[in-house]
Design a protein around this ligand. Structure first.
Ligand SMILES: [Zn+2]
Length: 315
């Protein structure tokens, strides 16, 4: 009762003070302050939250999604040393793009097992290089894989021949991706943008490139596609770009970054790798264009999530 009376007195005092203020100040208090408050709330909870979350201070938002994350889509850019492996989870569906090099098979196995994963709906092996295919036998031996996408035949690639034979023996369906192929569910899709041909001179250009769309969010997975094939990449705004060829200058060009204008770029590469990935030119370009980025060699595995409107760090 006493508190209530004090509040009432305070309110009366405030009302009196406002009445004695000049008229313009009253207008400011009546209209400008609510507008400022609305703008502040919008910047935190509104449509711009996506860019705030991605480009803001990681310390602020890093823990938030861990506690409250119910986003139906998660993208795990897994640290597999000098190689690539990305897990995409769409609620109960799981797609693994590439399996890293053979020496990181155990890391990949533990990572998937720690997530409680026993089966994969689809395994996409983008192109016939060890740093992408190396862990494939481990995945096939330890997880139930319902379907596999393989690049077209490349003569003389023993690892690819071994995987092909294993898939045939285990009767696991094999698909060869091609431009225009689409995997679709009610609210998400994965569209294959490359390859257009069945054979290429440069093995990197066998890379199957996938554009994932979940409501308003678009993510592009370039594998190791080289710049001579970039005409296949449409001129669209991307939220998350899995950088091509471990951030090499032959795959991350200024023109590409300008046309995709990603909110965040993920670079998968090994610590002190002998190829010098990512290229200093690419890193300079990312800095110049003020793009958010991460590197698995420096930050380890990174996970992003989305509810179809916002893109968030999970960790
Ligand atoms: Zn590679």
């Amino acid at each position: 009762m006493k508190h209530w009376l004090q509040w009432k007195i305070q309110l009366a005092r405030l009302r009196h003070r406002l009445r004695t203020k000049p008229r313009c100040l009253r207008w400011i208090l009546a209209f400008v302050l609510p507008v400022l408050l609305t703008l502040t709330l919008l910047s935190v909870f509104g449509p711009q939250r996506c860019s705030c979350l991605i480009s803001g201070n990681q310390a602020i938002y890093a823990n938030l999604p861990i506690l409250m994350n119910r986003d139906p889509v998660k993208i795990h850019v897994i640290d597999v040393g000098q190689g690539d492996s990305t897990l995409i989870e769409f609620q109960d569906q799981r797609i693994l793009i590439d399996c890293g090099p053979p020496e990181c098979s155990l890391t990949l196995k533990r990572y998937l097992q720690d997530l409680g994963i026993h089966s994969l709906d689809l395994l996409i092996l983008t192109h016939p290089h060890d740093d992408h295919l190396g862990g494939a036998r481990m995945v096939l031996d330890n997880f139930e894989v319902k379907q596999v996408m393989l690049p077209h035949d490349l003569a003389g690639n023993d690892l690819l021949a071994d995987i092909r034979q294993h898939l045939e023996d285990c009767r696991i369906p094999v698909i060869h991706p091609h431009r225009g192929m689409k995997l679709e569910q009610a609210d998400w899709s994965m569209t294959c943008l490359h390859p257009l041909l069945k054979s290429y001179e440069n093995p990197n250009n066998y890379s199957s490139v996938w554009l994932m769309q979940y409501q308003n969010i678009r993510c592009l997975f370039l594998a190791d596609l080289e710049k001579d094939e970039f005409s296949q990449i449409p001129d669209i705004r991307i939220d998350f770009l899995r950088a091509g060829h471990h951030g090499s200058a032959t795959s991350c060009t200024p023109i590409l970054l300008k046309k995709l204008n990603p909110l965040v770029i993920g670079i998968s590469c090994g610590v002190n790798n002998p190829f010098g990935h990512p290229s200093p030119e690419v890193l300079a370009m990312i800095r110049e264009q003020n793009l958010s980025s991460f590197r698995t060699d420096l930050q380890g595995t990174k996970v992003l999530s989305s509810d179809g409107i916002f893109l968030r760090w999970v960790h």
